[in-house]
Design a protein around this ligand. Structure first.
Ligand SMILES: Cc1cc2nc3c(=O)[nH]c(=O)nc-3n(C[C@H](O)[C@H](O)[C@H](O)COP(=O)(O)OP(=O)(O)OC[C@H]3O[C@@H](n4cnc5c(N)ncnc54)[C@H](O)[C@@H]3O)c2cc1C
Length: 411
């Protein structure tokens, strides 16, 4: 991709999560004048704050897989499963579920794998490059990851997914139980085997990625504005440098401001703004839960995905984070205490020597699409507005790659 020089063009980015802050940093590096707008302070809101910290480029299998609808029904009936949908949320979720079901058809699923692989193929180099150019490279850990399975059947079932990942250039090697306990001696002796993914990276703390990127932008002259964006008015003429119509961004405080271009990166909360623009999108809050054990008493060398449990464990700079799950319950309900208790119990089963006394709980809203593909495109109603949202499970992973695509689209 050629690098556009924005020559002082004034671009507003709505949402300072990992997507908005990555876009801001990329645009600052390319000479744009950036105003980053968020109703919360950087690193304080959204799933970008407390996620599992993985740069998970090999995750190219969309959630909508063939057969998922049948297995989802079984999961919903099992109180121990990681999938939750409260009964009262079903009517609101229905359009998303219908599209999700369509995406689980074999041919569409295969096409979605290719699309996801196409985005993720440059993720590692994009992450390395943006983190280096913004001075946050020290946050990266290049320790690889493990995918583990408890039963021989689930280990066998997973083989095809790793074959697919290899086909698209993401390495993995099968490991035996002896090898895995050598690699991670603190694991419970309940596993049948798994895979090692050597390219996988993690970060020391996802919150520090956001604050580090925003600090870089502000040091280079960008502005951070704490405002709640109410709507865009794309029809105002102004003295735009590029001679285009400019866009008015209206804030709930009653103030407003004009920009040459706008990037909408407000995660799942982009929905009301998209609707007002006349371009509604199917993005749902897929809520994930985790606990961070701050005095774990054990060491973990690398990130671990537990294929049978729907949880992952990550060593971060202030402890071990364990969590995951998928609860479709909108953005307004409070977190459910019972889910934290269930994850805490799972953590105890996976790591018998884990000290669970000191911990903090967190729940975040993944902005999930029915095809697991992010929405990175020009607005259908105004080409000077670019959407960068819907990154589901992979926002931290795809932030720098998204930023590169957004810069091209703004050109
Ligand atoms: C439990 C869990 C674990 C995860 N683990 C990983 C992982 O390991 N790796 C990975 O790649 N991804 C992971 N994810 C997914 C990842 O966290 C998300 O995809 C990502 O954070 C989305 O980033 P975003 O910037 O699009 O949205 P957000 O983080 O939601 O940021 C949007 C921002 O917009 C602001 N905003 C919203 N509306 C407005 C408005 N009207 N005006 C002004 N500001 C507004 C919000 O305050 C917020 O700061 C995980 C998610 C969860 C929940």
């Amino acid at each position: 991709m050629s690098q556009v020089d924005f020559q002082g063009r004034h671009i507003a980015i709505v949402g300072a999560g990992v997507i908005g802050s990555s876009c801001a940093a990329q645009l600052v590096l390319q000479g744009a004048k950036v105003t980053l707008i968020d109703r919360a302070m950087p690193g304080m809101a959204g799933p970008s704050r407390g996620n599992a910290a993985h740069i998970a480029a090999p995750e190219i299998i969309p959630m909508a897989t063939p057969g998922i609808v049948i297995s989802a029904i079984g999961m919903l009936l099992d109180p121990k499963s990681p999938l939750k949908i409260p009964l009262s949320h079903w009517p609101l979720l229905l359009p998303w579920i219908v599209r999700f079901t369509l995406n689980s058809q074999q041919t569409i699923h295969a096409a979605n794998i290719e699309k996801l692989a196409n985005i993720n193929k440059t993720v590692f180099e994009d992450v390395e490059s943006l983190y280096k150019n913004t001075g946050i490279e020290h946050l990266l850990r290049r320790d690889g990851a493990l995918y583990l399975y408890e039963t021989p059947k689930s280990l066998q079932n997973a083989a095809a997914e790793f074959e697919t990942r290899r086909k698209f250039g993401f390495e993995s090697e099968s490991i035996t139980t002896d090898q895995l306990y050598d690699l991670e001696p603190q694991l419970a002796r309940i596993f049948s085997g798994g895979y090692r993914l050597p390219q996988w990276m993690t970060v020391e703390d996802p919150k520090k990625v956001v604050t580090g990127l925003v600090d870089f932008c502000c040091a280079k002259g960008a502005e951070f504005l704490c405002e709640d964006v109410e709507e865009f008015n794309p029809n105002q003429h102004s003295q735009s440098r590029a001679g285009q119509k400019s866009i008015e961004v209206k804030y709930r405080s009653g103030k407003s401001q004009f920009f040459d271009q706008v990037v909408l990166a407000a995660g799942v909360w982009s929905k009301p703004l998209l609707k007002k623009m006349g371009t509604p999108k199917l993005v749902e809050a897929e809520r994930g839960y985790n606990l961070t054990y701050t005095d774990p008493g054990i060491d973990l060398q690398r990130a671990i995905m537990f294929g049978d449990r729907g949880v992952v464990a990550t060593p971060i700079d202030h402890g071990i984070r364990v969590g995951g799950w998928a609860e479709f319950a909108g953005t307004k309900r409070p977190a459910k205490e019972a889910h934290f208790t269930a994850i805490d119990n799972i953590a105890a089963e996976l790591f018998p020597k884990l000290n669970r006394k000191e911990n903090y709980q967190w729940m975040g809203h993944r902005p999930s699409t029915p095809d697991s593909l992010p929405i990175i495109e020009r607005s259908g109603t105004n080409t000077n507005i670019v959407y960068a949202l819907g990154h589901g499970h992979l926002g931290l992973t795809q932030g720098p790659t998204t930023a590169k695509i957004v810069a091209e689209l703004l050109n």
